[in-house]
Every structure is written in C-alpha cells, then in structure tokens.
Design a protein around this ligand. Structure first.
Ligand SMILES: *Cc1c(COP(=O)(O)O)cnc(C)c1O
Length: 398
C-alpha cells in the first residue's frame, strides 16, 4: 500500500489530527510553521514558469504552503479528490459558480440557502451575466425534476438549509442530476464532514464555510470546495488566481489547528443540540422547534440516512410572543451570546425578524420572527438553565 492509500484508510479522527501535518523539515518542529510570505524564490530561469499556474510555489495568490496543507486535510475529511480553500465560504461559493457557469446556462437552487447564494444566483449572475435560475423546494424530488431545463448545468442544494433546517435527499438528487448530465453541489456547512459527506452520496462538489464548524473557534474565516481534480483545476485557476479570493496563510493555519478537534467538538454539538431541541419541545411558550434530529422534523427520515452519527449543532425555534418579546428574551440570556455566526465553540443565537424577502419561500412557521440557535459545546445543563431563566424573566409559560 502506498503512503497516500495508507493515510486515506485511517479513521476520521486520525485523519483530522494528522493529514496536512508532518514534522517541519528545517527545524524538526512537530507542527508545520505559518509561512507569512507573499512570494517564493524564483528558479534560475523564471521565464519558463506559468505565471497563472498553481503547480509551483510562486506567489501566495497562486498557492502557498499553509493553503496546501489545509487543502489536503479538507479533501481527506470530505472524501474527495482535490480541494481549493479560499478566503470565506462565500468566496468558495462564488468561485464555484463563476468557474462553472456562463451566460445561457441554467441553475436550479434550493429555496432555502445562505443569503449570498440567493443574491449571487438570483440577482448578480442572473442580471449581470445572463445565467438563468430557478428556485426549487429541494426537499421535494418532484419539484427538482420539474425545475430542470435542457440548459441546466448545475443543481445547488444546502442540507440542512440555513435557516429553516430543511433537508434535501443528496443521493436521490445526485441520481436525477446524473441522469440529465448536470453537476450537483452541496453546501455542507451545517452538517460538517463529520456528520455528512455529500461526495459519498454522489454529489460532484461539497462546499464548506470553514468559518463555522471546521475552524470552530470563532476567530477566522475561510471556505472550501472539494471535488474532482478536473473541475478543481478550473476553479483554482479562474477563481483563486484570477478572481483573487485567496485565504491568508494565518487564517489557513488557524483553521488547520481548529480542524484537528472537529470530531470531538461535533460529538458534543450533536449531543447538546439534541438535548436542547428536546427540552425546547417541552416548553409551552415555544411556538415551534426545527431540528433534523427530532422525530417531528419533516426531513428526519432522510436526515437519518445521510447524517451520521448526528445532526449538527444548529436548530431554529420561535416563541408564542410578539417581535419585541423575542428581543427581550435574548437580552436576558447570560451565557448564550447574540451573534450571527454559527458552529463556534460557544452558543450563539440570532433573532431573524420578519423582513427577509425570501420568507415566502420558507414553511409558514418561519413567516414570523424566529431564532437561529447554534448550540455550543458548553455543558448542556448550563445552556438549558440559561434558556429556562430567560423564559421565566420573559414571562413565557414553561
Ligand atoms: C456562513 C455560511 C456561508 C458563508 O460563509 P462565510 O464564511 O461567512 O463567507 C455559506 N453557507 C452557509 C450554510 C453558511 O452558514
């Protein structure tokens, strides 16, 4: 067995620790250093180099050592051939769309997606560059089939979807896509590769906001695209080198360090979120709870097939209360912080009001204000106690 095959046969936790790291050849340090350089020394005759290439260390926008180490680790965790890491999750998504699509192409995308995906596909690429788009409820396979046209090039789904936690069946949609010669990309940010690996179910691309679970410490931004090398080469040339959404070596190094504990953190996120979701279901003043790990979730059976061992740390819920009471409730929380990110070590909650223009695309319980709650890795009992005392102060029935 070659060294690469040997490494790929290792377990997920072992790969999270080791892939991309080796003792440093110059110093013997057990961790590879951060290389804060914008350029690399040129060979004797530099005119032979391809200035727009990524095969040699040349200039950090073309590629650098810390990016490469992180790419190795993420490709391995997602179970894909190759990886490009970029400056943010949105840089990864826009990089993917820019490299794959051209005017006249048609895209089908989930009615529940990250807001920048909606803006990119439905407004920017559509209005500025003539890329046609159709929004489909991708939790409904018939709706996906109906949305396909002769010029459909890509289906882009998000599962679980931000912020409703809607679930799409990756394997079934990959089957539909393959039948029509269409590419499938999956935004895997909410699950992380610990719980779900879209490429194993036939997706062509798995996209992550590394800012969230993979870094996990709320102190860096990054994004990744994993898939076949033949496509990743195009994405690297067009979207990294020529659009320039390069990740900094320092952020790549931070995310590399964060990713080492991804499996341990996800275990705790999965466990805590399920406990919190079950608790919220018992509270009378709670209007609804959406979490794919709950039997009451409409996508639970599909989630059970494709998410393992857990369902991630994000859930949504609403109160039987008016707009301002939701804000009051958050102001009473002591350890749960009000902030928009998710997947951090600490619990974060965001009140998403009523004025999202896409709300009509969501199930009706989301047409009123609701919370997106990223359950952290604190003690579950402390998180639940924090919610309990805030319900009490708000005057909501428990
Ligand atoms: C946060 C997020 C993104 C965007 O990632 P950034 O790193 O903030 O650019 C994309 N998709 C999902 C599902 C997200 O939650």
């Amino acid at each position: 067995m070659g060294e690469k095959a040997y490494k790929e046969a290792l377990g997920f936790q072992t790969r999270a620790v080791h892939i991309g790291n080796e003792p440093d050849k110059d110093t013997g340090a057990i961790k590879r250093p951060i290389t804060m350089a914008n350029s690399y020394e040129l060979p004797y005759d530099p005119s032979v180099l391809n200035w727009s290439g990524a095969d040699k260390n040349l200039y950090t926008r073309n590629g650098g050592s810390n990016q490469q180490y992180l790419q190795e680790k993420i490709a391995s965790l997602e179970g894909g051939e190759d990886c490009v890491v970029l400056a943010s999750g949105v840089a990864a998504l826009s990089g993917l769309f820019f490299a794959l699509l051209q005017s006249g192409d048609h895209v089908v995308f989930s009615s529940v997606t990250y807001i920048a995906v909606y803006r990119l596909l439905n407004e920017l690429l559509n209005n500025k560059f003539g890329v046609e788009t159709t929004i489909a409820d991708t939790s409904d396979l018939e709706a996906v089939k109906k949305a396909i046209k002769p010029n459909t090039k890509l289906i882009h789904i998000e599962t679980p979807g931000n912020p409703t936690l809607s679930i799409a069946d990756i394997e079934a949609i990959a089957g539909i896509a393959q039948e029509h010669g269409i590419l499938l990309s999956v935004d895997n940010t909410f699950a992380s590769p610990y719980n779900q690996r879209p490429i194993e179910f036939g997706a062509d691309f798995s996209v992550e906001s590394l800012t969230k679970y993979i870094n996990g410490h709320g102190d860096a931004m990054g994004g990744s695209i994993v898939g076949k090398k033949k496509y990743l080469d195009i994405i690297r040339t067009q979207s990294q080198i020529n659009l320039g959404g390069t990740i900094s070596p320092f952020n790549a190094w931070l995310i590399m360090r964060g990713a080492v504990t991804l499996p341990l953190r996800m275990k705790q996120h999965n466990e805590n979120a399920l406990k919190v979701a079950r608790y919220l279901e018992t509270v009378q003043g709670v209007r609804f709870v959406a979490y794919p790990g709950l039997e009451s979730h409409p996508g639970h059976e599909t989630a059970k097939r494709q998410m393992h061992p857990g369902y991630g740390g994000v859930l949504s819920f609403g109160l039987k209360a008016d707009h301002d009471t939701h804000n009051k409730f958050v102001s009473y929380l002591k350890i749960i912080t009000s902030a928009v990110s998710l997947g951090d070590d600490e619990s974060l909650i965001a009140f998403l009001g009523e004025n999202d223009e896409r709300q009509y695309l969501y199930p009706k319980e989301f047409h009123e204000g609701f919370f997106r709650f990223s359950v952290g890795i604190e003690d579950a009992e402390d998180i639940i106690e924090d919610l309990r005392q805030a319900f009490y102060k708000t005057g909501l029935k428990q």
